[in-house]
Design a protein around this ligand. Structure first.
Ligand code: NAD
Length: 457
């Protein structure tokens, strides 16, 4: 169906109020669950073709989280969509007040390629739970995964309710010409700005899930063996192509040597090698070339090999790194980990505060005060203490960026809220009316107004 016709059909469907019915929403979420389950093999094969993602990683980082997400939404949908009573001000006596959650309408979701199922379908789950219709454009970069998503959704859902539109920049540009009631985007800061500008023309609200350079602080009193294990896994999962991967490490000078030795050992133990079938490829030649150029041979502590034919880059640690290095200019988004040594925590915090706000921040320590200092002084999307990445696996936490790393959040109830409007309603009784606000206004009425309004309580 042509894009404009599709949008019009979805608007008509939304206006029919069908999606406002909670039973309908639950049925659609169950249908999505079943559709994914019936097609697990198709999804696994497609993503393997795109960038060699293993079955284990595909289940644990893509399909499993989607099942959890659907279950959580089904379980909570009644609670989240319930009308909530709130207090009524004295000026509105006699009356009651309540908040009515309502779906926004016709929504447009842009997925991206690095977790193509998760980043396309998790926002769609939230949009459906909140009662919207959805047009989803997965990323053309992960072509096979995108085809699999389109096949599954377009075979199981009515297009006027949930449709996948495939294509690259030209299709995205065409979609952005029209008015939507919400646009949800995951991807780069560069494209995020294009989306924001296009949405502004229609006053369409946006959620922008972007990236940034996410630091990991390794302080001198951390549990080093646990720290290294968690950090190395988080960095090299998906060959570093994870928006919340630790982009670089700030290690205290006193433990630099031990940290580097253990990190190398952990990489060896993990079988993260070009030959291993569990080690993910770089998504395309363009990204491979960009990443290969970031490896400064004079700074390689371990790894460093890049094989264009298989689009694989060894897990690489760069030591003696500094904020001035080329690798520190933009988000790396690949298996290269620069290690910067620091001595003074205040100085390094000040440096990070001078940079764009990161999507994530991690701190490995066993003491309270530096942990609190980092969490309160640095602005970042979300993060973890003594772990990395795993905050994303708790759907009770909102997930999103701040400043350059994003606008808005989702996951769990935050996702439901992202795709909802909260209508405030005052309902007045008619048995009684105070004359205070009506003309003529007298000195006596002013005295009463001052008594009622503006007092500190
Ligand atoms: P991208 O920004 O190039 O593409 C994302 C989406 O935008 C795709 O659907 C694509 O088709 C579309 N698009 C591309 N060009 C467009 C244009 N000119 N106009 C309109 N739409 C267009 O993706 P990328 O750069 O490969 O993604 C990597 C970035 O995404 C990294 O910064 C990463 O941190 C970030 N990211 C963030 C999250 C998150 O949840 N916060 C998740 C994954 C990736």
């Amino acid at each position: 169906m042509e894009v404009l016709k599709l949008i019009e059909a979805q608007r008509e469907y939304f206006n029919s109020n069908k999606t406002k019915d909670i039973a309908f929403r639950i049925a659609q979420l169950k249908k999505l669950y079943d559709a994914i389950q019936q097609n697990e093999a198709l999804l696994e094969n497609a993503i393997y073709k795109d960038f060699k993602k293993s079955k284990f990683d595909t289940y644990t980082t893509e399909i499993g989280p989607l099942y959890n997400d659907i279950n959580q939404n089904i379980k909570n949908i009644k609670k989240w969509s319930a009308i909530k009573k709130v207090k009524t001000s004295i000026a509105n006596f006699p009356g009651k007040s309540y908040i009515v959650p309502e779906p926004l309408g016709v929504t447009l979701i842009f997925g991206t390629w690095n977790y193509p199922y998760q980043l396309s379908l998790a926002p769609a789950v939230a949009a459906i739970a909140a009662g919207n219709t959805v047009i989803l454009k997965p990323s053309e970069v992960s072509e096979n995964a995108s085809n699999a998503i389109a096949k599954i959704i377009n075979e199981h859902f009515d297009p006027e309710f949930f449709a996948v539109v495939q294509g690259g920049e030209s299709v995205a540009t065409e979609l952005l010409k029209y008015k939507f009631d919400k646009i949800f985007f995951s991807g780069s800061n560069r494209v995020g700005r294009i989306i924001y500008e296009a949405a502004a023309k229609h006053l369409t609200p946006v959620t922008l899930e972007m990236g940034g350079k996410s630091p990991a602080f390794i302080l001198e009193d951390c549990n080093l063996s646990v720290t290294v294990k968690r950090l190395i896994w988080a960095k090299f999962l998906n060959a570093g192509q994870t928006c919340i991967a630790p982009d670089y490490v700030l290690v205290h000078k006193s433990i630099e040597k031990q940290f580097l030795e253990r990190a190398k050992q952990e990489i060896d133990n993990s079988h993260f090698t070009i030959e291993d079938d569990n080690y993910v490829q770089i998504i395309n030649d363009k990204n491979f070339t960009r990443l290969a150029k970031l490896i400064d041979p004079s700074k390689v502590y371990c790894g460093g090999k890049a094989d264009l034919q298989s689009r694989s880059i060894e897990p690489t640690i760069l030591h003696n790194s500094s904020f001035n290095d080329e690798v520190m200019r933009d988000e790396i988004f690949g298996p290269i980990l620069p290690v910067i040594v620091f001595e003074n925590l205040d100085e390094v915090i000040a440096k990070i505060k001078s940079m764009p706000r990161p999507l994530a921040c991690y701190v490995f320590t066993n003491s309270t005060s530096p942990k609190q200092k980092i969490i309160t002084e640095i602005s970042f999307g979300g993060g973890a203490v003594n772990d990395a990445l795993m905050h994303i696996a708790n759907s009770h936490l909102p997930f999103g960026g701040v400043g350059d790393s994003g606008i808005g959040s989702y996951h769990g109830e935050a996702g439901f809220k992202t795709f909802s409007h909260y209508k405030g309603v005052l309902e007045k009784g008619t048995s009684f009316e105070t004359p205070l606000k009506y003309y003529p206004h007298t000195e006596q009425k002013l005295k009463w107004a001052k008594r009622i309004m503006g007092k500190l309580s």
